[in-house]
Design a protein around this ligand. Structure first.
Ligand SMILES: [Zn+2]
Length: 274
């Protein structure tokens, strides 16, 4: 499943080649994604418009169309955006095709169809049901140790689950939550209401550090993640704890453990993380 660093990598790839291009047509082969694609809305508001920029909010890609329009993509579990010269044939699971003149097209490909594509506007976005509950971006100045401490006050949930709650902070998925807590030296089961300022400072800076390092490595490729040019990420080679149950900790050699929290595997070192 693409997480924030992978979506950010895709955004950067799309920025290089999509900005300034006009969307000359849309072909919808399968409208039944996680939400039904509003074909008429796309034909009315997207066709004929020029891509002014590509932004990201959480794991959503936002293609800005002029001053108001936004074409939104979410990749779900298995979605891919494929930018290239027009294909001679449609591949299975190519659901949407955006024509960008005679020499370029963008394909939305999604085997499991948990992805989404919809149109909104700059004005509507803050109150949009998919966006209004989202917490701050982890790499923005709004995301600070003081903010985390304030949100954690009086809560008793484990810190790993707290960090994966998108209303607290967006884009800290399962892999990066494990990695950040290892860097911070905080046990994933610690109750957030009991953590102090020094813990939150370490957690906050570890999250920023691990996400930035993953973006710099063009994301993590475990199974099938590739960016818009088909390149794989490299951060899987830098993971310190995730997926390493039973292997020695890089700091003290103690064997790493795995526990399941909220149905997801967490990896940690019982000596380094307290
Ligand atoms: Zn250790």
């Amino acid at each position: 499943m693409p997480e924030l660093p992978e979506v950010e990598t895709i955004r950067r790839g799309l920025m290089e080649r999509l900005v300034g291009r006009q969307i000359t047509g849309i072909r919808v082969r399968q409208a039944l994604l996680r939400e039904r694609v509003a074909v008429d809305t796309l034909q009315t508001h997207v066709v004929g418009r020029t891509v002014a920029g590509i932004d990201r909010r959480a794991k959503y890609l936002l293609a800005r169309l002029g001053p108001e329009g936004i074409l939104v993509f979410h990749l779900g579990m298995t979605g891919r955006l494929w930018l290239g010269t027009p294909a001679a044939q449609d591949a299975p699971h190519d659901h949407l095709v955006f024509h960008l003149g005679p020499d370029l097209e963008l394909r939305f490909h999604d085997v499991r169809r948990f992805g989404m594509c919809f149109y909104t506007t700059v004005t509507q976005l803050p109150e949009h049901p998919r966006f209004r509950h989202l917490g701050p971006e982890p790499l923005s100045p709004d995301f600070s140790s003081a903010y985390l401490q304030e949100r954690a006050r009086g809560l008793w949930k484990p810190v790993k689950n707290f960090l994966m709650d998108a209303s607290i902070v967006v884009g800290v998925g399962n892999i990066y939550a494990s990695e950040a807590l290892f860097l911070a030296g905080v046990h994933p089961n610690r109750e957030v209401g009991r953590l102090r300022g020094q813990h939150w400072q370490r957690v906050c800076s570890a999250i920023k550090e691990v996400l930035q390092a993953a973006i710099d490595a063009h994301g993590t490729s475990f199974s099938d993640y590739v960016d818009s040019d088909g390149r794989r990420g490299a951060f899987q080679n830098q993971l310190l704890v995730y997926g390493r149950e039973g292997q020695p900790c890089v700091r003290d050699g103690r064997l790493l453990k795995r526990i399941v929290q909220a149905g997801r595997s967490t990896f940690y070192c019982a000596r380094c993380q307290r």
